[in-house]
Design a protein around this ligand. Structure first.
Ligand SMILES: C[S@@+](CC[C@H](N)C(=O)[O-])C[C@H]1O[C@@H](n2cnc3c(N)ncnc32)[C@H](O)[C@@H]1O
Length: 320
């Protein structure tokens, strides 16, 4: 495996792997499967194309989707995550909107939060590409007795079967980092939005996701591998000012949130445990590599030396 990396030596006695120069004779084992790493035209190895499990939920087996459901529910009810949702819904003045669309609704965390607001009297349509997640969303809504206000349907955000100018507000809660074609989805959002409507795009700035291990360089390589395994568009929120402008939106507000835990993991613990099951599906990290990483990170938490962090942003915008 090391030989394969040496084969891409670019200059002198060093090789470039995962964004880092290494001596060719270094006894370093890649956290990645070297055989799967393609070469770019300029000879530099790039990260393998992601098979982001959240992008292919319509093709995943139920056992993987059950892991996702547990994670989305734990995350959605965690105060660190519920707070920015509530704040950006306030900023959108969601309570005065009659028809709301929740794109990539998953288990319906955002749709249910809107339906449960005392001041909200409208209706919400949640759309997700996974029928399994749509069914879970219906069950959760019934359990929480908000089923009368929300409807969940299977669909693709790139081609919504909805009339033009038919929706007052569109929410995309942690969808954009997983999309095949974010610009196309923005165009669809613009099409279905009424002229006085509002949209919110909330997601992790996944390029900022980081978990520190004892070895700083290994931390960086594993951060890169985890991000590539779980996200299709890790820098999408940094592209958003351009993409929104191109799609015909004006930004009204940008609301950043930093979720950092230092010492002990709580919010990040369930994330890390779900990564252990979902990340190997992307084909970059093996199950053994992911399990070892999870062990290291959770040991750090048990020993009070954990560091885990990501920035999140909400963009609130209206149509030009
Ligand atoms: C990270 S989950 C977020 C779920 C939910 N919004 C939440 O925050 O709990 C991303 C969701 O987007 C859905 N998804 C991905 N691509 C999609 C697409 N093109 N159209 C509709 N849903 C999509 C996935 O099925 C998944 O449920």
């Amino acid at each position: 495996m090391i030989e394969k990396f040496c084969g891409t030596m670019l200059r002198d006695d060093r090789r470039f792997a995962l964004g880092v120069w290494l001596p060719c004779d270094a006894s370093w084992t890649s956290p990645l499967n070297a055989a799967t790493i393609p070469h770019r035209a300029d000879g530099v190895r790039s990260m393998p194309p992601a098979i982001d499990p959240f992008r292919i939920t319509d093709k995943l087996e139920p056992s993987a989707l059950d892991v996702m459901i547990d994670r989305l529910e734990v995350r959605g009810h965690h105060p660190y995550f519920a707070k920015p949702l509530s704040e950006y819904l306030d900023r959108m003045e969601i309570d005065r909107r009659s028809t709301v669309l929740d794109l990539g609704c998953g288990t319906g965390i955002a749709a249910r939060a809107i339906a449960a607001r005392p001041g909200f009297e409208g209706t919400i349509l949640g759309i997700d590409r996974s029928d399994y997640l749509v069914q879970a969303a219906r069950r959760f809504a019934d359990d929480e007795k908000v089923g009368g206000r929300v409807r969940f349907e299977r669909g693709d955000s790139h081609a919504l079967g909805l009339g033009s100018a038919s929706i007052d507000a569109v929410v995309a809660h942690t969808l954009f980092s997983h999309l095949d074609d974010p610009a196309k989805v923005l165009t669809e959002m613009r099409r279905v939005l009424r002229s006085d409507g509002v949209i919110a795009i909330f997601d992790g700035d996944c390029a900022s996701l980081t978990f520190e291990l004892a070895d700083a360089e290994r931390s960086r390589r594993m951060d890169d591998a985890i991000i590539a395994s779980l996200v299709t568009n890790p820098r999408i929120l940094r592209q958003m000012p351009r993409l929104l402008k191109d799609a015909g939106f004006v930004v009204d507000a940008i609301m950043p949130t930093i979720i950092t835990e230092i010492g002990t993991a709580d919010y990040w613990k369930s994330a890390i445990e779900s990564f252990a099951k979902l990340a190997p599906k992307a084909g970059i990290l093996s199950e053994a590599e992911t399990t070892a990483w999870v062990g290291e990170v959770l040991d750090a938490s048990a020993n009070g030396v954990f560091f885990g962090s990501s920035v999140y942003y909400a963009y609130i915008a209206h149509a030009v």
